[in-house]
Design a protein around this ligand. Structure first.
Ligand code: LCS
Length: 395
């Protein structure tokens, strides 16, 4: 699809699909097939040799999946994209493609629990070490770089502490050493933040979250240069095989069409909620990148369109109090995941980040009193009423 759309809102709907090539079908057709027939043996040979275009087998590419990949590439400002069967399949395909035994990875101080688990596994099995850092200035970052450093892996805002990393600063230092920077853009989506435009090399997503947006798909996406994507497609995607199903790609393409509208509303609702939470006497601290008093607010302003739809907050009291608060909610659902139409709430220390050893967890800023709230698309007044009655019930 070579047509360029000036605006994100138009590209997200139209890019990557031409209805004329599909009997005029407005909606992207679902190619629910495992394989593709060849007209003759020679055509099969040519496709396998990369000498002729065309699909071969759905683990290597599928037309419904391809529409999603085309859209995600353009939205992130990359050349190409790859879709996966989960965010973790995307994370592992990228990390395994960029590292070999003995290498070193620099990471943000704070990562999704299973990404932390994967890093530990890579260390145990392949002696690939990692260092965590707040990455708060160039000096701190430079000191971590060793001859074995093969990539940097960053979440921003970080799950679940909502700390923000200056991506152009990290990218500039990494470039001096020719080290690729990977950014997990799950919390922001390309609508709020575009790491490739800030000089980073690879963006990935748990598309399970805002990209799908409706809580009905587990999926992942990676975006970057065509060369890097073709390398991953032909190695850690093809041979490890964590691909997405055509139906899940279809659902994501459908969800994506409303991404800007949903994100605007998630952000607006979060703005209303964070300021009220801050004033409640049962709440000790609120972490929201859109808060002018957030320590990283200047970075947020520089690299994010808005503060996003996620808020973390620390409660006064004990872990038991935090759990009593969750149990008192009536509208808001206790569930991991985020970015759905429904407001979801969870307790990172015992849920998403429970696999992280206590000392590391505390270093990352995940206390027993920390709560993560994914603000949904309901009327903000109803979301706040539920939070308030649950907080008041503890008094
Ligand atoms: N990256 C981030 C920032 C995530 O939050 C998650 C999942 C993943 C990667 C992995 O994606 P998945 O394989 O689940 O699609 N985060 C979750 C969370 O915070 N609650 O439940 C899952």
């Amino acid at each position: 699809m070579d047509k360029k759309y000036k605006h994100f809102e138009t590209a997200v709907i139209h890019h990557g699909y031409d209805s004329k090539q599909h009997a005029g079908s407005l909606s992207v057709p679902l190619y629910q097939t495992s394989t593709f027939t060849f007209e003759n043996a020679e055509q099969g040979e040519q496709r396998f040799a990369g000498e002729a275009d065309g699909f071969i087998y759905s683990r290597l590419g599928n037309p419904t999946v391809r529409v999603l990949e085309e859209k995600m590439a353009i939205l992130e400002g990359g050349e190409a994209a790859l879709a996966f069967g989960s965010g973790m399949a995307a994370v592992s395909a990228v990390l395994l493609s960029l590292t070999k035994a003995g290498d070193h990875i620099i990471c943000s101080q704070g990562l999704y629990g299973c990404t932390f688990g994967l890093l530990q596994l890579m260390e145990e099995k392949y002696n690939i070490s990692h260092s965590f850092s707040w990455l708060s200035n160039e000096e701190e970052l430079r000191q971590l770089i060793t001859p074995q450093t093969s990539c940097m892996y960053i979440e921003t805002p970080i799950n679940p502490t909502m700390k923000v990393i200056d991506l152009s600063m990290v990218a500039a230092v990494a470039k001096e050493h020719n080290i690729p920077v990977i950014v997990d853009n799950t919390f922001s989506t390309p609508y709020l933040q575009k790491p490739l435009e800030l000089g980073c090399d690879i963006v990935l997503h748990s598309a399970t979250k805002y990209i799908g947006g409706h809580g009905d798909v587990v999926a992942g996406v990676v975006v970057g240069s065509r060369e890097r994507m073709e390398h991953i497609r032909g190695t850690t995607q093809k041979d490890i095989g964590g691909i997405i199903s055509p139906f899940d790609a279809w659902l994501l393409t459908r969800g994506l069409k409303t991404l800007p509208v949903r994100m605007d509303r998630h952000c607006e609702n979060a703005e209303k909620i964070f300021s009220r939470l801050k004033e409640h006497k049962r709440v000790k601290a609120v972490y929201f990148p859109g808060d002018e008093e957030h320590p990283d607010f200047l970075i947020t302003q520089k690299q994010m369109r808005k503060g996003g739809g996620l808020i973390s907050f620390e409660m006064n009291g004990s872990k038991k109090d935090a759990q009593r608060f969750l149990n008192a909610l009536q509208l808001i659902k206790i569930a991991v995941s985020l970015g759905d139409t429904e407001t979801l709430i969870q307790h990172p220390a015992t849920m998403t980040h429970s696999v992280i050893p206590l000392a590391n967890r505390l270093e990352m800023g995940i206390s027993d009193q920390l709560i993560r709230l994914s603000v949904g698309l309901e009327a903000w007044e109803d979301i706040w009423e539920d939070l308030k009655q649950a907080l008041d019930s503890l008094a």
